[in-house]
Structures are given as C-alpha cells and as structure tokens.
Design a protein. Structure first.
Length: 265
C-alpha cells in the first residue's frame, strides 16, 4: 500500500477498510487464487493481517479457501452490481432507446408502474399523429397498455391483488380488457411468454409491444415499449420485425442494472 497516501488520511479514515480493499484489489486474472504469502506480498501487509482479512471475507462469502489457496467467489460481483444499480435507470436506458428508435424508426419508451397506472419515465419520439400525446410523465391505465400488462405480470401475490382491488378497468376502446378474469388470464400469458402486444386496446389506430426490464434481484423494475400506428405494420409483422430488437435492448438495460439471467442457474 502507498504509505504517503495512508499518512495523508484524516481522522475519519478507517485503515482496516483500506487494508480489506487492498486485499480485494490485489486479485487479478493472473492471480485468481493465491497463497497467503502472495496476498501479503502484493498488498504490503503482514501475513497475520492479510490472514485475518481473508478469513473474514471467507466468513462473509466473498472468499473461498481451497487448501492453501484463497480465491474470490462470485458473490464479489454483487459489489459491482450495487454500483450499476445505483445509476439512474433513465440514464442507463437512454442510449438503448435512442438506438432502438433510430433502428426501427418508431417511438420507444421506458415505463414504470405507479399504483394502477403506468407512467412514462423516458421516451424517444418519432413524430406520429395520434390523439394521445405521450411524453415523460404521461400516465395511462395499466390494464389498457402492453407495458402495463408486462409490469403487472411482474407482480405476485398480495401486490397483484391490491391492484385488482383498486383498479377501475374502464374500457377505452371496444378491444380494451375490462373483465378482471380476462385480465388475470392475460397477465398469466404475459408472465409465461415474457412480452406483450396490444392491438388498439388503448386507442384505435395504435399498436404496441412491451418487454420487461429486470433489476439486479430479478424483479421487473420497468417495461421497454414501442408503439406504432396500425397503418404501418400488422401485429404479426411487428412481432417479427421489432420484438427481437426490443428484447435485446431490454436485456442490455437489465444487465447494466446488474441482472444476469444465468446468475441464478
């Protein structure tokens, strides 16, 4: 460790944390598993100090000892996930939304659930003439939107029951799902397939697709959606042309938030 930097610390500085971070930082691809002597040499710590730190990290699950070798465990990744998930969701998603809109020439949005509504927290526009103006801050009833169905599919147990207790399933078009049992069935279908498509359930002349965005714990934290007019593409063509790109963008955002599907498999 750098002695000059250590001596320059103020009275609130905790040296034991510095030493612990030095041990963690000493691991590289070339030194994936190391002996106590190697760790002590790389960090400049005494062997007893390095040993106490390694054994503490082992008890916390961040280090695994195999005979005389100490190596980091996958749990160490959680420290990186904590930083990633602390970044603004809208900031992380912005680049993906812009790329999607440029690639597909359609408006894309990042949407969250707020009570019985969805709220648009980010949107990249392609100008289209519609009766509903969508922008960041716009609220729409969850039961009539593809993003709402995706977000409701992310709820389980009591949270989903609270939604049905408080939601007014008002029909906005003749295609809107306004029956609770039918909506429950739709939510189950969306949960099973991992995406949703809405055909003029919110507004006549508008179709949309939505896919979930996951946080580091695997919870649905937002929905990524794309909307277009019915004159442009059929629902089947939208699924073929747009859905793979939407799923890939949602995966990139989820990964940036610290979620990796194979982490739990």
């Amino acid at each position: 460790m750098n002695k000059e930097r250590t001596e320059d610390r103020n009275g609130d500085f905790i040296q034991s944390i510095e030493r612990c971070m030095a041990v963690i930082s000493s691991y590289t691809h070339q030194s994936a598993a190391s002996t106590l002597s190697e760790v002590a040499k790389r960090t400049g710590l005494s062997k007893p100090t390095a040993r106490r730190i390694l054994l503490t990290l082992e008890q916390l699950g961040y280090v695994k000892q195999t005979e005389s070798l100490f190596g980091l465990t996958p749990k160490m990744l959680e420290l990186g996930y904590a930083y990633q998930s602390s970044q603004s969701l809208t900031q992380i998603a912005q680049a993906q939304l812009e790329q999607l809109t440029d690639l597909l020439n359609e408006s894309t949005s990042l949407v969250a659930l707020d009570g019985t509504d969805v709220i648009y927290i980010n949107r990249v526009h392609r100008h289209r003439i519609t009766s509903i103006t969508l922008a960041a801050g716009t609220r729409l009833p969850a039961h009539a939107t593809s993003s709402g169905h995706v977000l409701l599919a992310g709820l389980t147990g009591r949270a989903l029951e609270r939604y049905f207790e408080t939601a007014t399933l008002k029909p906005l078009t003749d295609r809107t799902i306004s029956d609770p049992d039918q909506l429950r069935q739709r939510i189950d279908e969306v949960r099973a397939r991992g995406w949703d498509a809405v055909d003029q359930e919110l507004e006549i002349g508008r179709r949309s697709l939505a896919v979930p965005v996951f946080d580091q714990h695997g919870n649905v934290t937002a929905a990524l959606s794309l909307s277009t007019g019915t004159a442009g593409k059929s629902l089947e063509t939208m699924r073929e042309d747009f859905l793979p790109h939407l799923l890939n963008a949602a995966k990139q955002i989820s990964n940036a938030l610290g979620y990796y599907h194979n982490k739990s498999t």
